[in-house]
Design a binder for this molecule. Structure first.
Ligand code: MTE
Ligand code: MO
Length: 360
């Protein structure tokens, strides 16, 4: 049974790991030689899979621990060198996994009760988990191989585990994993939205039917700062150019269906209309494909400034958006102007933009 649970848990952890690394690298400027721009929902899908596999892993991991816990409490804990490897890797794996899944889950509820930077911690724990998992699988390979050879006696043995039959327990665990996934995945996959019971965000809610991650009030954006005096500052080689909202609105606009895909799992597609960022780059006289630094009116906060690699700044679908679903942006969605680029994590879709600088 432990092997069977491992067969479910292995792919869940692997998918969660790969999508997590992808998400992390997308948020590190200069980390990727190539940024995937299409399909525009590539990050929405990848982060949806990250959340689904991470959430499914919680009941699977707990069941696996429960299926082996008499072994874990064995005395003496270490008898030989193999034990050191085996038990050491398991201790590391279990501790790191429990912390990883717990902080990941808590993070989706927008609660950050820890003093450490979440993304970096989550990233390094992931490597620790995958490393100890590889070691664990290597040590257990003989046992796993024996099971894979479909030893009938081993597989069909009706020996109950803690009063449960193997089949009963596996069905229960499978159903629990399915239930937690079904009741939360609706925050990222619209066809599951009706079953979204436990996920913190709901699709099609919020101003203009799109959820808000951080409101203008939370970000300390005063209505005065986005009033008639607001100007977009464009900076290239020490020269700057200022555009009012009215002037910006007279530039040619484009409209695309693009998702906001939050790293915390929820996502929502909508129609965004605005000035292509590459037109702003051209307006400054800067070369196409320049790296940009985009700054928000927000005074403090992790998402005040964002670096945009050239791959995005020259893409036709990267917008300085002024409208959402056919109306001017709501203040909470980043009025007067916000960035919307294809395939990027929500944290990089900067709201309440005040300046665009060419870095090089
Ligand atoms: N200036 C600024 N932009 C920001 C944020 C922020 O806190 N400040 N939050 C980001 C995050 S985490 C997400 S998921 C998206 C959400 O966009 P929405 O609130 O319009 O749905 O905005 C991004 N842009
Ligand atoms: Mo987000």
């Amino acid at each position: 049974m432990t092997v069977q649970l491992g067969r479910w848990l292995g792919p869940a952890f692997l998918l969660c790991f790969v999508t997590g690394i992808f998400s992390h690298l997308l948020q590190e400027p200069g980390s990727l030689p190539l940024f995937p721009l299409r399909p525009v929902w590539i990050y929405q899908l990848s982060q949806g899979v990250h959340l689904v596999t991470g959430i499914a892993a919680i009941p699977l991991l707990l069941a696996k621990l429960w299926s082996v816990y008499p072994e874990l409490l064995r005395w003496p804990p270490i008898r030989n060198l193999r034990d050191v490897l085996e038990r050491g890797s398991i201790a590391l794996f279990v501790a790191a996994s429990l912390i990883e899944l717990t902080i990941g889950l808590i993070n989706t509820y927008k609660w950050y009760p820890w003093p450490f930077p979440f993304r970096q911690t989550h990233y390094w724990l992931a490597w620790l988990i995958i490393g100890s998992l590889v070691l664990h699988i290597a040590v257990k390979l003989p046992l796993i191989a024996r099971h894979w050879r479909k030893n009938k006696a081993l597989k069909d043995s009706p020996r109950p585990v803690g009063g449960w039959t193997r089949r009963g327990l596996l069905t229960g665990v499978g159903l629990s994993a399915t239930a937690v996934v079904l009741s939360t995945a609706g925050q990222s996959f619209s066809w599951l939205a009706p079953f979204n019971i436990f996920a913190p965000r709901r699709q099609n809610t919020g101003p203009q039917a799109v959820p808000v991650n951080r409101s203008a009030a939370e970000a300390g954006i005063s209505p005065a700062a986005v009033g008639d005096g607001w100007r977009l500052r464009l900076v290239y080689r020490g020269r700057s150019l200022e555009l009012s909202l009215r002037q910006l609105g007279r530039l040619p606009m484009a409209e695309y269906e693009l998702p906001v895909a939050c790293v915390e799992g929820w996502s929502q597609s909508a129609r965004w209309r605005g000035v292509p960022v590459r037109d702003l780059v051209a307006l400054m006289g800067a070369p196409a494909g320049s790296t940009l630094r985009i700054t928000s009116l927000e005074v403090a906060g992790n998402y005040r400034q964002m670096t945009m690699p050239g791959a995005y700044s020259q893409d036709e679908q990267t917008l300085l958006a002024l409208e959402l679903n056919g109306e001017p942006l709501d203040l909470d969605h980043g009025f007067p102007a916000r960035v919307m680029a294809p395939g990027r994590p929500g944290v990089l879709q900067t709201k309440w933009v005040s300046s665009v600088e060419v870095l090089g």
